[in-house]
Design a protein around this ligand. Structure first.
Ligand SMILES: [Fe+2]
Length: 253
């Protein structure tokens, strides 16, 4: 494997303690001194930990929520039929989770744009990974986003609104996108990010199906089942590609 493309090549990495045995000894000796001094010091550690927790609790107590779910247009009498479809005590919780799924699927499409670019850049690995199938997965993520958009509109909700869970999802997935778009990451490393996304996808559809059923939206639940089946297939494929490339890196196949 050429050194420039070998992600696990041996090199001058100074991040571990083995690079500085003398300083490591000094550090450990100092720790022993601290431990010998123990009870008072340990109490101090506990106090520091408590101080940190106390500060966090103060911030939590005074924090506002992430945002709010906008009142659906139907509540204002814009589309009566949609209003009738909003059942449950707190339909806004369903709208929030729909918006979360929309945000994640939209992010998923962007993630696969990055995975596809990485696959093309590492075209020697395309015997293990299908660029065509990557594009198909990407397009299915788009279709899933559009499905949710349609459901939100049926309920009279605004699919462009950033609800609290949609906002949270954006923050959570930022790391996955950064990993995939980093020009230094290999296709295997990029697929690791995609694998995390697919696990979240599968979990997300499952809980949305359960919620739709409980809210009486059986038609939506059925369409979500179809999306879940597609996500299950994404997971199988991405897991297989990731495993194949990881094993190859370790020269185990
Ligand atoms: Fe997916």
């Amino acid at each position: 494997m050429p050194e420039s493309t070998d992600a696990t090549r041996l090199g001058l990495n100074r991040t571990g303690v083995q690079m500085a045995p003398h300083q490591t000894q000094e550090m450990l000796a100092h720790m022993e001194e601290l431990e010998a001094d123990s009870s008072a010091e340990m109490e101090q550690d506990v106090v520091d930990g408590q101080a940190l927790s106390a500060t966090r609790l103060e911030y939590i107590a005074s924090a506002d929520p992430l945002g709010s779910v906008p009142v659906p247009g139907t509540f204002k009498g814009v589309a009566k039929s949609g209003a009738e479809m909003l059942t449950g005590n707190r339909p806004q919780a369903f709208i929030d989770k729909l918006a979360e799924r929309l945000a994640f699927e939209r992010g998923g499409a962007r993630l696969y744009d990055a995975v596809y670019a990485k696959a093309v850049a590492h075209d020697t690995e395309l015997n293990k990974v299908s660029a065509q199938e990557l594009l198909e997965i990407r397009n299915e993520e788009v279709q899933h986003a559009l499905l949710i958009k349609e459901c939100l509109e049926t309920l009279g909700a605004d699919p462009t609104a950033q609800t609290p869970c949609a906002d949270l999802t954006g923050v959570e997935t930022m790391g996955l996108l950064q990993a995939a778009t980093d020009p230094r990451t290999t296709l295997a490393q990029t697929l690791h990010a995609a694998l995390a996304a697919e696990l979240i996808d599968n979990e997300g559809w499952e809980s949305l199906i359960a919620m739709a059923q409980k809210m009486g939206h059986t038609d939506m639940a059925e369409r979500f089942e179809q999306a879940l089946e597609e996500e299950a297939l994404h997971l199988v494929k991405v897991r297989a590609w990731h495993t194949a490339l990881t094993m190859e890196t370790a020269e185990l196949m």
